[in-house]
Design a protein around this ligand. Structure first.
Ligand SMILES: [Ca+2]
Length: 253
């Protein structure tokens, strides 16, 4: 019995030893390091999984950008025409004056809507200047939205009623287009006299006035039109203006 057991153990030990020798022995080629290649791809594949995080933030932010594109819509067109008859109101024409001081008070002046006479409809603007300081300047002013830094050809026409007959002692017409609202006498634009070409006192006559200008807007995109009179004779005078037409045509951009 003991002999049989020892024989079985001996056979088993021999068999195990033969088996281990057949697997541990190097192959005839001697290329055993091949298993190390299978481990190297494991570590690089783990790092790319962090990359999706940065791609989330750029995709959400561009949706905010398109909204500012709605702001340029108020930009005015390069050309525009306007007409004024003052039948209902002043139509945004603002009365203004300069050099109205006289000693310790100011001279009388006014620019109001009046139904005394009109060239179109029933109402015109009435200009009254009690020019007793011999230097008063009164006008109406209208601001227009135009394209900034653009040159315009501007035509201003209107009906002008004057009772200034004869050859002397007339006032001077103010009409111009300015990039800024005038603040001094030197910034106003003066034209011809207020004479109505009559040889006798025939009262008010309606005259057609028309002036062309080249005006340059600045970065504010505004042009200021002024229409009025400058008193150059020491007396009181009245004038009327109606049917004002203004055309802006952009000549460069
Ligand atoms: Ca009118």
């Amino acid at each position: 019995m003991i002999l049989v057991a020892s024989t079985i153990i001996t056979v088993f030990v021999v068999a195990v030893g033969f088996y281990s020798l057949s697997n541990s022995a190097p192959p005839p080629n001697g290329v055993s390091p091949s298993p190390t290649l299978t481990q190297s791809p494991a570590s690089p594949t783990a790092t790319p999984t962090q990359s999706p995080n940065p791609t989330i933030s750029p995709s959400s932010s561009p949706t905010i950008v398109p909204s500012p594109t709605q702001t340029p819509t108020p930009t005015p067109s390069p050309s525009a025409s306007y007409s004024y008859s003052f039948e209902e109101n002043m139509q945004d024409w603002e009365p203004r004056a300069l050099d109205t001081d006289l000693a310790n008070f100011t001279i009388d002046w006014s620019i109001t809507r009046s139904q005394e006479r009109a060239k179109d409809g029933n109402t015109a603007l009435k200009f009254y200047l009690g020019n007793y300081n011999d230097k008063g300047k009164i006008w109406v002013e209208h601001n227009f939205d135009v394209q900034p830094n653009t040159q315009y050809n501007v035509n201003i026409s209107y009906a002008f009623a004057s009772a200034d007959w004869g050859d002397a002692n007339h006032f001077i017409i103010i009409t111009g287009v300015l990039p800024k609202s005038p603040q001094s006498r030197d910034e106003l634009v003066y034209q011809g006299s207020t004479a109505n070409s009559a040889n006798s006192d025939v009262g008010f006559l309606w005259l057609d006035k028309a002036y062309n200008f080249v005006a340059q807007s600045d970065s504010t995109g505004k042009l200021h039109v002024v229409i009025g009179v400058w008193g150059v004779w020491e007396t009181a005078r009245t004038y009327f203006i109606d049917s004002v037409k203004i055309t802006f045509v952009a000549s460069s951009s």
